[in-house]
Design a protein around this ligand. Structure first.
Ligand SMILES: Nc1ncnc2c1ncn2[C@@H]1O[C@H](COP(=O)(O)OP(=O)(O)OP(=O)(O)O)[C@@H](O)[C@H]1O
Ligand SMILES: [Mg+2]
Length: 253
């Protein structure tokens, strides 16, 4: 099992903390990446919901691919009532996916069809202060490129986003996706600046798809670089921390 040298934050993902030696390193930024449908959004939401309901850590979701209404509706199947958490000021959603949306707690309408990094970072900072958020999830980094004005400077924008979450002292998950199968990040910068990388995948084996999770890197934590089976049920994501890799090393094409 893994061992950690410092303060850790429970991930809320079933049995993942055993692999992490307690959880994610506190105040750090973790990249959660993988192909489509591999469970990245569920992973991020579970981190926020479990944080707010079990560990007294409020959270912020920055959603750039799906509207908050779609996110709330998708997550209700897991018994996660985001609406309730928002009303209790345990969760703040920054909507950069909807052309016209309201920034929570800012008390005014914001047009966010094209945002710039300054307004986004200001919104995140305002919400973090208002609800004393300890966790932030950005779903997703490639989705941001579609909506930010300064897209030519996307690498610098990602750098600023990560720097801001660290300044705020939050533990953050950035959700990303490579362009090609097996590729870890879209812009490279996010995998190098992040303190940790978790890679989710669906592996075809004997005609069936199996879900897998790999801790590619986690600064400050000694972990084994192996792929563990992962399942998604009506309770969310659970990892199966096997001591022997149970997924085949020679995969079907
Ligand atoms: N209740 C459930 N039980 C089992 N599997 C589920 C359940 N709900 C969703 N899933 C699985 O989770 C997958 C979607 O997960 P999620 O939306 O987190 O993926 P993603 O990696 O964010 O995808 P995308 O790249 O499209 O954003 C679905 O394709 C489905 O297979
Ligand atoms: Mg998603």
């Amino acid at each position: 099992m893994a061992s950690s040298r410092g303060d850790t934050v429970p991930s809320g993902i079933g049995q993942l903390d055993e692999l992490l030696g307690g959880g994610f390193p506190r105040g750090r930024c973790i990249l959660v990446t993988g192909g489509c449908g591999t469970g990245k959004s569920i992973f991020g939401m579970q981190f926020l919901v479990e944080g707010a309901t079990k560990y007294g850590e409020n959270g912020i979701l920055v959603t750039s691919e799906q509207s908050p209404a779609a996110v709330r509706s998708d997550m209700i199947g897991f018994g996660w009532d985001l609406d309730k958490l928002e009303k209790e000021h345990k969760l703040g959603i920054v909507d950069v996916a909807t052309p016209k949306s309201k920034v929570p707690y800012a008390g005014r309408e914001e047009v966010t069809r094209l945002i710039n990094m300054n307004t986004l970072l200001l919104a995140i900072t305002q919400i973090q202060r208002t609800i004393d958020a300890k966790r932030i999830v950005v779903d997703s980094i490639p989705g941001l490129e579609l909506v930010i004005e300064d897209r030519a400077a996307i690498r610098h924008a990602i750098y600023r986003l990560i720097a801001t979450t660290k300044e705020l002292g939050t533990t953050s998950l950035l959700i990303s996706e490579g362009r090609r199968r097996g590729e870890i990040s879209r812009y490279d910068v996010e995998q190098f600046i992040s303190d940790g990388v978790i890679f989710l995948e669906q592996i075809r084996y004997k005609g069936k798809f199996e879900r897998g999770l790999t801790i590619v890197k986690m600064r400050g934590i000694s972990h084994e670089p192996k792929t563990c089976p992962m399942v998604i049920t009506e309770k969310g994501i659970r990892v199966v921390p096997t001591t022997v890799a149970s997924l085949p090393s020679s995969l079907e094409p």
